[in-house]
Design a protein around this ligand. Structure first.
Ligand code: GRF
Length: 201
């Protein structure tokens, strides 16, 4: 399956997916392109170092729809079937969602539906939860809202800070995202309404 990855920054989840594809732990797949909306995204260098084609498609004062149309065009041109958002900091237009039905995934550093949006780890610390974690979900038009593919809980200790919690969650993000992409590629999950469940063969 051809995979396209969208980033805006560091790109550590992107690297985890690229390395899993290149090592064969995500089978029969290729990362066709890494696209960033930010010229300065550190992940661009990491993708190039791993031999992946990179594109920078900035918004350049265009509407969300115009910007997304260019990204959709580049993904379709490369026959991308699965789009993984990995720290991509923009909401997608409905045109984008419709162009890849149930084929856009995202990772979020909380147990959704808790702590949507920015600074999820800070929100968790400020709220005082004892358990947080990460979620891989399909993307719909609402922020951090689509059907949940998988989640991993992480304990919050008394001496955790936003930074230490973020670091702990990030380690699990990399594993969780790779596992989720593998399940999709291997067609081991199907979506029934809002629920993503194991496919019974
Ligand atoms: C991750 O914490 C991810 O959950 C969130 O943005 C961060 C991206 O980190 N959506 P990276 O760019 O993958 O290193």
């Amino acid at each position: 399956m051809k995979i396209g990855i969208l980033i805006s920054g560091r790109g550590s989840n992107m690297v985890a997916i690229v390395e899993a594809v290149q090592s064969g732990s995500i089978p029969d797949s290729e990362v066709a392109a890494v696209i960033s909306d930010k010229t300065s995204a550190e992940g661009l260098i990491k993708a190039k170092e791993r031999g992946i084609e990179t594109l920078v498609i900035t918004r350049k004062g265009r509407t969300r729809e115009e910007h997304d149309a260019e990204i959709i065009f580049e993904l379709k041109k490369r026959d991308v079937e699965l789009v993984c958002l990995a720290g991509y900091m923009r909401l997608l237009s409905s045109e984008f969602i419709r162009a890849f039905p149930n084929r856009i995934t995202n990772i979020h550093p909380s147990l959704l539906p808790s702590f949507k949006g920015l600074d999820a780890q800070r929100q968790a610390i400020d709220y005082g939860v004892k358990v947080s974690g990460c979620t891989v979900h399909f993307v719909d038009e609402a922020l951090d809202h689509g059907a949940i593919i998988s989640q991993k809980a992480v304990e919050v200790f008394d001496d955790d800070t936003t930074e230490s919690l973020a670091a702990k969650i990030l380690e699990h993000e990399h594993m969780l995202y790779v596992e989720a992409v593998k399940k999709i590629v291997e067609k081991k999950v199907i979506t029934v309404g809002r629920r993503v469940v194991s496919a019974k063969n």
